[in-house]
Design a protein around this ligand. Structure first.
Ligand code: SF4
Length: 88
């Protein structure tokens, strides 16, 4: 992960330290969700750190559990092979 990167002496390696704490940043410092040549940095609208990801996931689970049982079954059938990951 970018946060654990130990810089070497070249200027190029030091640039890695400027990358954001984003769950979509791969070990090769590429973006795994956007078709971009390099990470867009802290100004990126899709940047998400681990804390934000957990909060978002918990909110999604809460919202899914608030839907009617029939709506939950429809969504489970359509998108999750009949499973309801928001129930766990
Ligand atoms: S900040 Fe944006 S471009 Fe960079 S890894 Fe995250 S989502 Fe991809």
């Amino acid at each position: 992960m970018a946060g654990n990167f130990i810089p070497q002496t070249s200027a190029k390696n030091l640039e890695v330290l400027d990358l954001p704490d984003c769950v979509h940043l791969t070990d090769n410092f590429k973006c795994e969700i956007l078709k971009v040549n390099e990470c867009m940095g802290r100004e990126c609208s899709f940047m998400l750190n681990q804390k934000q990801k957990s909060k978002s996931y918990n909110l999604w689970k809460k919202k899914m559990n608030e839907l009617s049982e029939s709506k939950q079954k429809d969504i489970a059938h359509t998108y999750f092979n009949g499973k309801m990951p928001w129930k766990s």
